[in-house]
Design a protein around this ligand. Structure first.
Ligand code: NAD
Ligand code: GLY
Length: 363
């Protein structure tokens, strides 16, 4: 097992990564001494609820199983959770346990942030995306019909328990979506890790435990370091270190909006967005075309899309990207690669280069 800490002073917390962790009561820390309520979804419950229940000695009334999927990340679910917590009288010193992917983690974390003005919670992420991204860093929240993740709070967990065994039941497309975020970390912050991914992608896809543990650890180390510097994405008017985690995401959000958040998984849209960010960086002369091609080849080998959906035109990208949160004073800010393994936030790029990238990807 590997453990690393997210260094946030008094709110510092550990991330444990490895196989067979769910049944090790000692890893749940103080949670074993607290009144607990666990939130999960129906898919995850079928596989992992029995072992977590047994380890934490949870009774029936302490568990809430919600429908799986993004449609659960709503204010209506928050109300349902609040009703359940009040009906079962979770005291203020009680903790919530989030067992599941990013949907359960974001929802349970947000509920923990508001129940009786805030209780503690722990994250037990069961998707690769949640293990390398959403369970770490304290962003919690739900969607609103007018926008994704529009209602939320920063609320850090007390610990994260990433059991790599849980990935064995993950549908292959969901594993791919997580791999896109792992590749993102290499591109934005560590060219050597990108090289390691090129060597070890096949091992990751066949769920080799040591390879998964290393990839999750390296991803979490990078995210933890960024979160420790810029916990609330508030530095430099939102263009500071934490914004770098959004490499590829401006293009991805345009694709997700264009496809109405249904046809593509977020990680799949990020995969194509990473290709587009690398292509634009190469057109600006910041990375070489060979380096951009390397990124695209790795993403394709992970079984991820490297082109936008058929029919999506440059004008669709332009219209949808201008709605992006990263537009400051009317100017589009993009996360680009100054070098392979070094992302920057830039509003100062040649508009003709962006036009060329959009034309290339909508041809
Ligand atoms: P998800 O939680 O919907 O899980 C994907 C699917 O896999 C679901 O059907 C789920 O039931 C199933 N599942 C989960 N674990 C499983 C397992 N071990 N075996 C079998 N099936 C399993 O999706 P996700 O990709 O984990 O998370 C996406 C969400 O995360 C989005 O809402 C996104 O906004 C959010 N997110 C948040 C942050 C953050 O910083 N808070 C970062 C990235 C993404
Ligand atoms: N997923 C981006 C962030 O946590 O900031």
């Amino acid at each position: 097992m590997d453990t690393l800490d997210v260094e946030l002073g008094p709110r510092r917390y550990p991330i444990h990564i490895g196989a067979g962790l769910l049944r090790q009561a000692a890893l749940y820390g103080e949670a074993t001494q607290r009144p607990l309520r666990l939130i999960t979804d129906e898919h995850v419950a079928a596989h992992y609820l029995p072992v977590v229940r047994e380890t934490l000695r949870l009774g029936d009334t302490q568990v809430l199983v919600l429908p799986a999927g993004e449609a659960t990340k709503t204010l209506a679910s928050v109300e349902r959770v609040m009703d359940w917590l009040l009906a079962t009288r979770l005291p203020r010193d009680g903790w919530l346990v989030a067992l599941g992917g990013g949907v359960v983690g974001d929802l349970a974390g947000f509920c923990a942030s508001i129940y009786q003005r805030g209780v503690d919670f722990i994250q037990i992420p069961t998707t690769l995306l949640a293990q390398v991204d959403s369970s770490v860093g304290g962003k919690t929240g739900v969607n609103h019909p007018r926008g994704k993740n529009m209602i939320g709070a920063f609320h850090q967990p007390r610990l994260v328990l990433a059991d790599t065994d849980t990935l064995k039941t993950l549908p292959p497309r969901e594993l791919g979506a997580g791999l896109a975020e792992v590749i993102k970390y290499g591109m934005l912050g560590d060219a050597a890790f990108l090289g390691w991914l090129e060597e070890n992608l096949d091992a990751l896809r066949r769920l080799d435990e040591a390879a998964l543990r290393y990839a999750i650890r390296r991803s979490c180390e990078m995210k933890a370091a960024i979160v420790a510097q810029d916990e609330r994405e508030s530095l430099a008017g939102g263009a500071g270190p934490r914004a770098l985690l959004n490499l590829g995401h401006t293009f991805a959000h345009a694709i997700e909006t264009y496809t109405h958040y249904t046809a593509w998984l977020h990680g799949e849209a990020v995969a194509t967005g990473l290709c587009m960010a690398a292509d634009l960086s190469a057109r600006l002369g910041w990375i070489s075309t060979d380096e951009a091609r390397r990124c695209e080849q790795l993403i394709a080998r992970a079984g991820l899309p490297v082109r936008p959906p058929a029919g999506m035109r440059a004008d669709d990208f332009r219209a949808l990207m201008s709605l992006d949160k990263k537009v400051a004073s009317g100017k589009l800010r993009l996360i680009l690669l100054r070098r392979l393994g070094e992302a920057v936030v830039s509003a100062d790029f040649d508009a003709a280069a962006l036009d060329a990238t959009l034309a290339h990807y909508s041809a």
